[in-house]
Write a protein that binds this ligand. Structure first.
Ligand code: PEP
Ligand code: MG
Length: 755
């Protein structure tokens, strides 16, 4: 072996032959370690592979005692090998035995070796094993040798990923790569979905690892890099409107990285060591990702994500793959796995096959989540790094009840879930039976259950859910999923369609609620310190009335001869809603003059989402025909707790005493003034929360259609009067720390109320 010419590219060429030869897996691995040792003039070369039980098993060795192979194993974090696996970093030592983590395994006979170089075997940033070379002398391995060993480790990463080493494991334990994984996240949309992974941004699988001519590969890399750089620069230039805010930050970061010299140099080095351009991109991306996964600083993590996206662009450029997932390659039912996703992108998938959505980011109020909920798809979110654990086509279960995801589930878990799905289907059947039953509480109170909607396809659920009408139609969703501003004619058509579908049932349209986190791709968005409290919703509509006026016109025309219920989002002071009334009046006059038939009745409401209205309730109730509480926004402003902030998601209970007092105050004032009050935030759709609302005096609540069955089942078993007796005094007594949630579950359990 030592007679061979040296150099990593020679070694890689040799490894290519070994990978292609018809060896059995153990012989292939033994040949590889022997070749590496020979090439690097090392006396030892060993491969440790990470098993599903967290042990790093010695899989092959040139130099250590052969009896130790498939016998010796180290825990993650144990010894030098375990330390490398945990840190995902190389360890280069000239006197290994002096290192505090060194652990002596007598069966290996390694006490005679001093110099030690170990590198992690990575794939998609995950550690799959450790590759080590050792020498008796106290030599120091050069940087170029570390780089070469890392490059070689990529080949082993590919070999492990093929699954052919699985059968060699001493204890029959599966490898970490195919380890079943159950992770807890946050439930964003209820339901349970079983299917196979579709990676929304599919990883480019690099199959061609070794280059024949390094200089040609360097040219390929440079050309691809220029194309990516140009495409990013074009993103800046080809816009009719300036890019502002977060989009600009992201693009600036892309641009900075695309021109980053260090990144280019590391990729070119990897090519010089024998890799193809795409394998070099992957290698550097792997190193970055492994580092990123250990990054605690959220800002740096975010920037590393940008880097990762950029590397994906470059990979796609090199292998000529288009952006976006091709879902047709995975058979069976689909579960989409993504870091993050836009609402419109979700709609690109075939919803018939869609059984679930897993998002690393996103919160209950993200728009993609609101759309998924409207489609009745279970969603689990806030699962850091999940994308790197999933492979295209892996079996997966999304549990939107418990907020967990099981990847590559073992058979018993799969069976348990199949049973659970059957059970749920049975419950849904029961809810269906309730569909035409009146929503009346046990003590005879009639409740009006309405549904939230925003897209045409939602309307199908009006019939199936048994909702009595649409309590909130979010008109901006049509604007958000469209790539250009919907023309007035299109808007009118949509609204007419909605009213046709609803028939006799009332629909409450909300005027455009854009700005804040609801950014329209074709409208200039402002860079604001606090967008949720910024120039958004009604504020924007009143300052730029053309859009609002054309929407009102479309709504008036669409509801000719019928009832029109209209409400404005984020009203902050009473005079604002008066301005809307004036604007509607002017439009009605104008349209009547043109001879258009106008709605038979017209009611105007205000959404109560800003706490300032709590001190204008008398005036407000007199100024409007109805009130709809947007509890998502009201809660965030009331508690000063960003609705989209993952770190605050579970910090405050939505049923805390001060908030419930505020809700009670609103409903009491509504009764006093005879002004109907509805609540249409997400809390209305969760049976226990809805139970509180009824006890506070609400009789109109609007929720996602899927929630209507469970909420109806709850209320039919509920004696509101009995709950009021227990709950209301507790809310009044602020000096005692009572967990309202516990009170509710105890009450429900005691009275056999399903929730
Ligand atoms: C709310 O804020 O509760 C609401 C219903 O509106 P949105 O979630 O669209 O802001
Ligand atoms: Mg709102």
């Amino acid at each position: 072996m030592s007679s061979q010419p040296k150099g990593p590219s020679v070694l890689l060429r040799r490894l290519r032959e070994v990978m292609a030869a018809p060896h059995d897996p153990q012989t292939r691995l033994d040949t590889i370690v022997a070749d590496i040792a020979g090439n690097m003039s090392a006396e030892v070369c060993s491969v440790y592979v990470l098993r599903a039980d967290g042990m790093l098993e010695l899989y092959a060795s040139q130099g250590l005692n052969s009896e130790a192979v498939h016998v010796s194993a180290l825990r993650l974090g144990q010894g030098l090998v375990g330390t490398i696996a945990v840190s995902a970093r190389a360890l280069n030592l000239n006197d290994a035995q002096k290192h505090p983590a060194f652990e002596y395994l007598p069966e290996t006979g390694e006490e005679i070796y001093n110099a030690f170089l170990g590198v992690p075997i990575l794939r998609a940033g995950r550690v799959l094993g450790v590759l080590v070379v050792q020498n008796k002398s106290n030599r120091v391995y050069m940087d170029a040798e570390v780089e070469a060993l890392e490059t070689t480790a990529m080949v082993l990463g590919e070999l492990i990923a093929t699954g052919e080493l699985e059968e060699l494991s001493s204890k029959g334990v599966t490898l970490d790569l195919s380890r079943p994984l159950t992770v807890d996240g946050v439930s964003l949309s209820y339901g349970i979905g079983l299917g196979y992974v579709i990676l929304h941004e599919p990883r480019v699988i690099v199959t061609n690892l070794f280059n024949d001519k390094a200089d040609e590969e360097i040219i390929r890399l440079r050309e691809a890099l220029v194309k990516v750089q140009v495409s990013i620069d074009l993103l800046f230039q080809n816009r009719n409107v300036p890019i502002e805010g977060e989009h600009r930050d992201v693009l600036e970061a892309y641009r900075m990285f695309a021109h980053d010299r260090g990144w280019n140099r590391r990729m070119e080095e990897a090519i010089m060591n024998g890799l193809t351009a795409e394998a070099a991109v992957e290698k550097v991306q792997n190193d970055n990702r492994a580092r990123m996964m250990r990054q605690a600083d959220p800002y740096l993590r975010e920037r590393s994500n940008d880097f990762d996206d950029l590397a994906n662009r470059l990979l796609r450029e090199l292998v000529g793959k288009k952006h976006g997932a091709d879902a047709t390659i995975v058979e069976g039912d689909h579960v989409i796995v993504a870091r993050s996703m836009g609402a419109a992108e979700l709609l690109d998938y075939n919803s018939d096959k869609l059984r679930g959505l897993v998002l690393e980011e996103a919160t209950p109020n993200s728009h993609v989540v609101i759309v998924a909920r409207a489609l009745g798809i279970p969603v689990v979110g806030q699962l850091a790094d999940f994308v790197s654990y999933a492979e295209q086509g892996n079996a997966i279960i999304v549990d939107g009840e418990a907020g967990s995801v099981s990847l590559r589930p073992p058979a018993d878990i799969e069976t348990a879930y199949t049973e659970k799905v059957k059970f749920r289907a049975g419950r849904l059947k029961q809810f269906e039976k309730l569909r035409d039953k009146p929503a009346k509480t046990k003590d005879g109170l009639d409740i009006n259950l309405l549904m939230n909607a925003g897209l045409v396809m939602d309307l199908k659920q009006l019939e199936s859910s048994g909702a009595e009408g649409v309590g909130l139609f979010r008109t901006e969703l049509q604007f958000m999923v469209s790539s250009t501003l919907p023309r007035p004619g299109e808007q009118e058509e949509l609204y007419r369609h909605v009213l046709d579908e609803a028939g006799e049932r009332p629909v409450t349209f909300r005027t455009l609620d854009i700005g804040g986190d609801k950014v329209l791709p074709y409208l200039k968005s402002l860079q604001e310190e606090n967008p949720a409290m910024g120039w958004r919703a009604l504020r924007l509509s009143l300052d730029r009335p053309a859009l609002l006026r054309s929407q009102i016109r479309a709504l008036l025309k669409a509801s000719a001869g019928r009832n029109l219920r209209l409400m404005a989002p984020l009203v902050t002071e009473v005079w604002e809603i008066n301005l809307v009334r004036d604007l509607i009046k002017r439009e009605v006059e104008l349209q009547t003059r043109f001879g258009h038939e106008m709605p038979r009745t017209l009611e105007l409401g205000a959404m109560l989402e800003v706490p300032s209205l709590l001190w204008q309730l008398d005036e407000l109730m007199q100024a409007v025909d109805f009130i709809s509480i947007g509890s998502n926004d009201l809660f965030q402003f009331f508690m000063a707790s960003d609705r989209g902030n993952v770190n605050l998601a579970n910090r405050y209970s939505s049923v805390n005493k001060p908030f419930l007092r505020a809700l009670k105050q609103i409903i009491d004032k509504g009764n006093e003034h005879d002004t109907p009050v509805t609540l249409c935030g997400e809390i209305a759709g969760r049976p226990l929360f809805a139970m509180v609302l009824l006890a506070l005096g609400f009789t109109n609540i609007s929720m996602s259609p899927i929630a209507i069955g469970p909420v109806k089942a709850m209320l039919m078993a509920l004696d509101v009067g009995a709950l009021q007796k227990e709950l209301l005094p507790v809310i009044e007594d602020i000096s005692e720390q009572t967990t309202i949630m516990e009170l509710l579950t105890d009450f429900a359990d005691k009275h056999g109320i399903p929730y």
